[in-house]
Design a protein around this ligand. Sequence first.
Ligand code: SF4
Ligand code: SF4
Length: 328
Amino acid sequence: MLKVALGNTNLNVSQVGIGVLPMGPGQLALPVDEGADIICHAVRQGINFIDTAQYYRTYPYIRRALEILSLDGGERTHGAPDGLVICSKSLAHDYDNMTAAIEQALTELARPFMDIFLMHEVRTGGFEERKGAWQALIDAREAGLVKAIGVSTHHVDVTEQMASVPECDVVFSLINYASMGIRRGSDPGTCEEMLEAIRACRNAGKGVFTMKVFGGGNLTENYRKALDYVFSKEEIQSVMIGFGRKTEVDDVINYLSGVMPADYNPDISHKKIRISQDDCEGCGSCIKVCASKAIFYNKNGLAQIDQSRCLTCGYCSYACPVRAIIRY
Ligand code: SF4
Ligand code: SF4
């Protein structure tokens, strides 16, 4: 698999990364060995870049995969100590909580350092509000506990901002051809705007990788179109894709190898829609658009889906301002 030097860091990453979110408790809640098996499957096919987060509670999958890979008799992967590049991130707002998040990752993953650690989901104005957390990242890099630091964001304006932050090494931004989930301040943003911001980061020497190529699962029906979009943009250095099944890894490998039929679309008959109770703000927009009347307010005042009524059309996800509705 093609590897690229991520910005001005010394990290070489595969053009696709393994997003572990889908296997974790927030979505599929796979047994640890099953999730680790998916990670190992991807690594054995040349993918060396892994994305996780404190919030995802998925460190056990990665740790188990690292144990299995170190036991592999045959081809052992790359260098430091195994050539994998692991990125994690935290929603922490202050210095102490960010420091604790880094320590937690090092302990739970049993790594001597984190390759990349980010401020997770930085929104408009958030970089300033979370300056204590940012200082913790700078200090951790200085101490050798983290190799590269940066932010993850859905926001065009935050991506733009990072181009002129000298301490920022990498930016992890949201982009897909349908502009699903892209924000600009309190408004929706477009993929063209995000690409322009990513270009500014690249011109400033930042490493850039991206998320949500399939819009949280809602663009999977246009599988090739979604992948064609991100892989045709030279500004995008690597694309994180969430994997919950080995066949999903195989699909991406087939695509990159050029052996995927032009009309291929994955079987998504197993997909369901759910609403993240952590992210829903109870605004009710999804309830208004659901023609099947499959969404109701639960006792917490948050939206919930009645699976027996849901047609998995995905229309509700377009209406949600905070991307709380996900397909899994
Ligand atoms: S996917 Fe379609 S049917 Fe299901 S809850 Fe959303 S809008 Fe309703
Ligand atoms: S649109 Fe999103 S935030 Fe609003 S109630 Fe539905 S799931 Fe919750």
